[in-house]
Design a binder for this molecule. Structure first.
Ligand SMILES: *Cc1c(COP(=O)(O)O)cnc(C)c1O
Length: 355
């Protein structure tokens, strides 16, 4: 018997099933590769990369660029291997004991509970309303009453798609005094970031990613923006040189050329609106309003439908074992033609089922 650390066997695994589908709309990825102009610049940059050197220069170049965009100091930015690593380190930094409580909403990003467990912190699950709205006053009360060390909000929320206003985020920030992690993985599709509140609220930490709107999921790059005292502490939790220079150089070009991504982000938003409207026309399908690049729908025979789609090599996200998301499917916006294909398949299934 190998003797692993305690609680490791009880640790849940990430519940996303990964497979290559003909139409892959299960992971909120971007279904376009880099814009050709950007790809060309990336490849040229990589061909000149000093592979023999540790990645100090690339790390600071990207931080500098992000800092400049938000008019903050370079020391207020940390880069992570995806925003996953950022979130993991923030949980680690404020966890570490069963007396340290971390509040996060449910249903939300399924990794929060895993990071909380890995951080050996106590989890305080905040249930969203029936229609998945976050009641700000009740959230504030929960954070205060539990004397939390860290409060987490995902805005707009994955997998429900809905968003809080910046005023609501400020209301939370104003009324809690523990660390406040705001996960803005989908904010580029929403357009209302709370990054500027970092200046006013030194306990606010904003996490962002290159994986969704910038289609760089494979490179694993995310970042956080916070007060300098906070970044100084979180930085201690990272290994030296935890980012590789290939990903950093790639993200640096992508960030420089982020205007090239605006048309596709706008197209994804238009597709989300178009597909939401189309799904709403189907009998028995409930569509939740979304500010992201995906749509959450509820349908009584969702598991059968998901299986039917799978048979047609269409991958959507189905949530097994989460009672709050029973009969829900999350579908990311692919290319227009792809969206037409999965919609036809759903329409056919629903039409036959309801006939
Ligand atoms: C996708 C996602 C992330 C992290 O993605 P990375 O690829 O690790 O940057 C973080 N939070 C939410 C809510 C997400 O959906």
């Amino acid at each position: 018997m190998l003797k692993y650390r305690k609680d490791l066997s009880a640790m849940p695994s990430y519940d996303g099933v990964e497979r290559d589908y003909a139409i892959k709309v299960n992971a909120n990825e971007c279904n376009f590769n880099l814009p050709p102009l950007v790809e060309e610049r990336v490849l040229s940059r990589l061909s000149r990369l000093a592979f023999n050197r540790y990645p100090n220069e690339q790390y600071d170049d990207l931080r500098e660029q992000i800092a400049r965009n938000f008019s903050v100091d370079i020391e207020q930015i940390l880069i992570g291997s995806g925003s996953s690593e950022i979130i993991e380190k923030v949980f680690y930094a404020f966890g570490g004991s069963a007396r340290h409580r971390i509040v996060f909403p449910q249903p939300s990003f399924s990794m929060y509970k895993i990071y909380a467990k890995a951080a050996e912190a106590q989890t305080v699950v905040f249930e969203l309303d029936e229609n998945f709205d976050l009641d700000v006053d009740r959230y504030i009360r929960t954070v205060r009453d539990s004397e939390a060390h860290l409060a987490v909000v995902c805005n707009p929320n994955n997998p429900t798609g809905n968003g809080l206003t910046v005023d609501q985020i400020e209301e939370i920030a104003k009324n809690i005094d523990c660390a406040f992690l705001l996960d803005e993985a989908y904010v580029e599709f929403y357009g209302h970031s709370a990054v500027n509140l970092v200046r006013k609220y030194p306990h606010l930490i904003v996490a962002r990613t290159f994986s969704k709107a910038y289609g760089l999921a494979g490179a694993r790059v995310g970042y956080m923006i916070a007060n300098r005292d906070v970044t100084r502490m979180i930085e201690k939790t990272f290994m030296p040189y935890h980012m590789n220079s290939l990903s950093l150089a790639t993200a640096d070009i992508v960030y420089q050329m982020r205007d090239e991504f605006v048309p596709r982000i706008q197209m994804m938003i238009a597709e989300r609106k178009r597909m939401s409207e189309q799904l709403k026309t189907l009998d028995g399908v409930n569509v939740y309003s979304s500010e992201t690049n995906f749509v959450l729908m509820k349908y009584a025979r969702a598991d059968e439908l998901a299986r039917k789609l799978e048979e047609q090599d269409i991958g959507v996200r189905f949530f097994v074992g989460n009672p709050r998301l029973e009969n829900c499917l999350r579908i990311s916006m692919g290319r227009r033609e792809e969206n037409d294909v999965w919609f036809s398949a759903i329409k056919k299934f629903v039409g036959e089922a309801e006939a």
